[in-house]
Design a protein around this ligand. Structure first.
Ligand code: SAM
Length: 180
């Protein structure tokens, strides 16, 4: 439980098995894709930056169960036709890269909505948001408003935040499908 990224992996690990199809919606430097590739049958890894796709390919060179997609996650249904057990969103910008390229709430929410349409019962979406910069805070607020609208008979939508850390630490949101 030391940080939101670790908590995100813990939450996802519980709903993924060797037969699962899963999505990394923002593959960045490839840490989440690598984590998923060790657990699942097939990982769809999205990023709008070709640099991020290349970094992820390098990090995951030993795995042949990853489909790399250099496109926005808002187009997820153009590429993923299977039902999925999990998706990871790690929002914001890629550290040590161009900080002007970051996730935006409209695309993030569209992608979440589309993934919910192919999420198996018991499946989960984890979203780590970064309110520590202006646009990240706006995205987090829009995301939270959207998550509050999800039907509670179909989904559990929850929020995990550290209360005693300074400088607006990352926040983990989790959506779990509890019925079809
Ligand atoms: C915090 S980084 C992701 C870190 C990554 N998950 C890892 O494990 O290293 C956020 C990434 O989101 C990507 N991104 C921004 N908007 C996107 C979009 N609409 N679709 C897909 N990726 C996007 C950025 O290019 C950036 O690489």
């Amino acid at each position: 439980m030391e940080n939101s990224l670790k908590m995100s992996h813990n939450v996802i690990e519980e709903c993924v098995n060797s037969g699962s199809v899963v999505i990394d919606a923002t593959c960045g430097a490839g840490n989440d894709t690598l984590f998923l590739a060790k657990l699942a049958k097939r990982v769809y890894a999205f990023d709008i930056q070709v640099d991020a796709i290349n970094k992820t390919k390098e990090k995951c060179a030993n795995f042949n169960n990853i489909t790399y997609i250099n496109d926005s996650h808002e187009n997820v249904l153009m590429y993923v036709n299977d039902m999925v057990d999990a998706a990871i969103f790690n929002l914001g910008y890629l550290p040590k890269s161009n900080h002007a390229i970051f996730t935006k709430s409209a695309a993030t929410i569209k992608a979440i909505e589309d993934i919910l349409s192919i999420l198996n019962k018991g499946g989960r979406i984890s979203i780590v948001a970064y309110p520590g910069f202006k646009e990240g805070k706006e995205e987090k607020e829009a995301l939270e408003e959207y998550l509050k609208t999800l039907d509670q008979k179909t989904y559990n939508a929850s929020k995990y935040e550290f209360l005693n850390q300074i400088n607006d630490p990352p926040i983990l949101y989790v959506i779990e499908r509890i019925s079809l």
